[in-house]
Design a protein. Structure first.
Length: 207
């Protein structure tokens, strides 16, 4: 792999773009990952058809992704349609600081999941490191709560068996992992929106 060049800014920009493309190409060729994304799409559609909701959580950049994706479901993605219930567990500062202060940061998402989820909901945890204690504790609680679960991660971390669906991006580089996480999230949003509400577009197709 080409190395970052300290004094050649244009070359570095090209390198970053090429590296992002390379990882996305690996995602494109990873049939196991793509099949799992398809299963997650069906799982979320089934969740909404039951009248349940989507719950998403992550830290830092992954918190921003969780908030971003929840907004796409509640508002719209590509066309006007009824809102789909989705919440991010990383947006309420009073909630975050109260739980962090009273129970510890590692229980941040677990405590909210216990309070906010109902059997039949779907939880998506996002962790680029694969080692976020608060995401892992929430994933571990899902089965007991009757909540379906998926985790977006990279090659790091021991997450096998912790979620029903493991969406492991083939990279250990945080920026590349995050770029693929939002790509996968957008793919899921578009597919769910189209399969549930495609009949609302003028021709029944995405616009």
């Amino acid at each position: 792999m080409k190395k970052f060049l300290l004094h050649d800014s244009v070359a570095n920009i090209k390198f970053a773009i090429q590296d992002s493309i390379r990882v996305k190409q690996e995602v494109l060729n990873n049939l196991e990952l793509l099949s799992t994304v398809d299963l997650v799409i069906d799982g979320i559609i089934n969740t909404y058809n039951r009248g349940n909701k989507l719950i998403i959580a992550g830290n830092g950049g992954s918190a921003a992704d969780a908030q971003h994706l929840a907004a796409e479901f509640v508002s719209r993605f590509k066309f006007d349609r009824p809102g789909l219930p989705a919440i991010s567990l990383a947006t309420d500062t009073s909630m975050i600081t109260a739980i962090g202060n009273d129970y510890g940061f590692e229980r941040l998402f677990l405590r909210q999941l216990q309070a906010q989820s109902r059997p039949g909901d779907f939880f998506v945890g996002i962790t680029t490191s694969g080692r976020s204690p608060n995401v892992i504790l929430a994933l571990d609680a899902c089965k007991e709560l009757g909540v379906s679960s998926a985790v977006l991660c990279g090659l790091n971390g021991d997450l096998e068996g912790r979620a029903e669906y493991l969406l492991r991006v083939p990279s250990k580089d945080t920026p590349r992992i995050q770029e693929c996480h939002i790509l996968i999230g957008h793919i899921i949003c578009e597919a769910v929106e189209q399969k549930i509400f495609g009949h609302l577009t003028p021709s029944g197709n995405v616009i």
